[in-house]
Design a protein around this ligand. Structure first.
Ligand code: GLY
Length: 391
């Protein structure tokens, strides 16, 4: 079975072989863009290239980017760990063309990588194409349809509206129609009963989007209008943890080797067992193994927990993790900081910034845990006192 490290490396090697320059991940915390607090997509660091404000040394770029999404319809913090495929921090594998290749190459290469290199069965893959939007005067994506039709049968192509198939970086910024690739990981019996194309973009936990190919051609301006950009670009984003799950044949992202190391460490520390289910105890295991990534990498990138802005987002994530281990794993001392060692070693060669600052990150997390545990215990004591007084 391909390990997650091999899967990531294969992605980078594949695009290097197509003359892409491999670059490092930008920090997960954004300090110089008032429109964004955290990196939410691989393309953020290339925004000025798309807008034509800067020119890259090589028009073809690829990387793996640390991203954080903790708000919005599909990224409600309270849902993370309850389901098996949404995360706070995730890695986004991406390849970019800055005014260079366009739809034909991007589509052909994504198919080649998924089916020839990663060997994902073709009959489990579905693609979506933008159907156009009259209100915004946007045409349907006929070129993407033509290119996909060379590779996949028509019953594996679905059409999507602006919500699903027109990608925007935020309220303003580069944007364009997109073509997503979805994988159907259900059993053959289930697939025979309901065809996969009926479940694309329907929040089915086993029929999930893995890759988004965006064809950036517009800039959304502050007044809401779309301005055509001087050049057309490719911006792709593939959810690494979901890809690993598809390749390793698991039904949950948490059963892949991206997460099993931290889950095993939580079991060792607490003496509890992870049983792959929906109990609160199992959710706690998933919450901890997810949240420790977001907390550790943002601190390593320079964002301390605090009472406002980006720091408050980190504090909220950390406190949610503490509540989970305190309540459902019956662990009453700082736990999260003990996971940093395993995590930093896992990512030593991918995002070395955590390994290099391990002691500092551990110290910040431990202090934050200690102070919140004190507040939590104080609150619980007060509730007990009120109960005694009222009885
Ligand atoms: N920029 C492409 C994506 O995030 O889906």
């Amino acid at each position: 079975m391909m390990t997650s490290n091999e899967i990531r490396q294969n992605f980078l090697d594949f695009f290097a072989s197509k003359n892409h320059k491999i670059v490092g991940s930008a920090p997960i915390v954004i300090k110089n863009d008032p429109t964004l607090m955290f990196t939410n997509a691989g393309m953020n660091q290339f925004k000025d290239y798309f807008l034509g404000n800067k020119k890259p040394s090589n028009p073809r770029i690829a990387d793996t980017q640390k991203c954080l999404r903790v708000s919005g319809k599909h990224n409600d913090l309270e849902e993370v760990g309850v389901d098996t495929y949404h995360h706070t921090m995730f890695e986004m594998l991406g390849n970019w063309s800055i005014g260079d290749y366009f739809k034909a190459e991007a589509i052909a290469w994504s198919w080649e990588l998924l089916t020839d290199i990663y060997k994902i069965p073709k009959d489990r893959l579905y693609v979506s194409v933008f159907e156009g939007d009259k209100k915004e005067n946007l045409p349907s994506s006929q070129i993407a349809l033509k290119e996909w039709s060379k590779l996949v049968p028509s019953d594996h192509i679905v059409f999507g509206n602006k919500k699903d198939n027109f990608w925007e970086m935020g309220d303003t910024g580069p944007c364009g129609p997109c073509s997503e690739i979805h994988v159907d990981l259900r059993s053959d019996e289930e697939r025979n009963a309901i065809p996969g194309q009926e479940l694309v973009n329907k929040d089915h936990p086993q029929v999930i989007e893995i890759w988004n190919n965006v064809f950036i051609q517009y800039n959304r301006k502050a007044d809401g209008t779309l301005e055509k950009l001087p050049a057309a670009h490719v911006d792709t984003g593939m959810g690494f943890e979901r890809l690993v799950r598809a390749i390793q044949g698991k039904t949950s992202n948490y059963d892949t080797d991206v997460f099993t190391g931290t889950i095993a460490e939580v079991a060792k520390i607490t003496g509890k067992t992870y049983t792959f289910g929906d109990s609160k105890q199992d959710v706690a295991f998933r919450v901890l193994s997810d949240h420790i990534r977001a907390i550790s990498f943002t601190i390593a990138d320079g964002q301390l927990p605090s009472n406002n802005g980006a720091g408050y987002v980190i504090r909220r994530i950390l406190r949610r993790a503490v509540r989970y281990y305190y309540t459902y794993l019956d662990y009453k001392q700082p736990l999260l900081y003990q996971l940093v060692d395993v995590l930093s070693r896992q990512f030593e060669n991918v995002f070395p910034e955590l390994y290099l600052q391990k002691s500092f990150v551990e110290k910040v997390i431990r202090e934050e845990e200690k102070s919140f545990l004190k507040t939590l215990e104080g609150g619980l004591r007060r509730i007990e006192d009120i109960k005694v007084t009222n009885n």
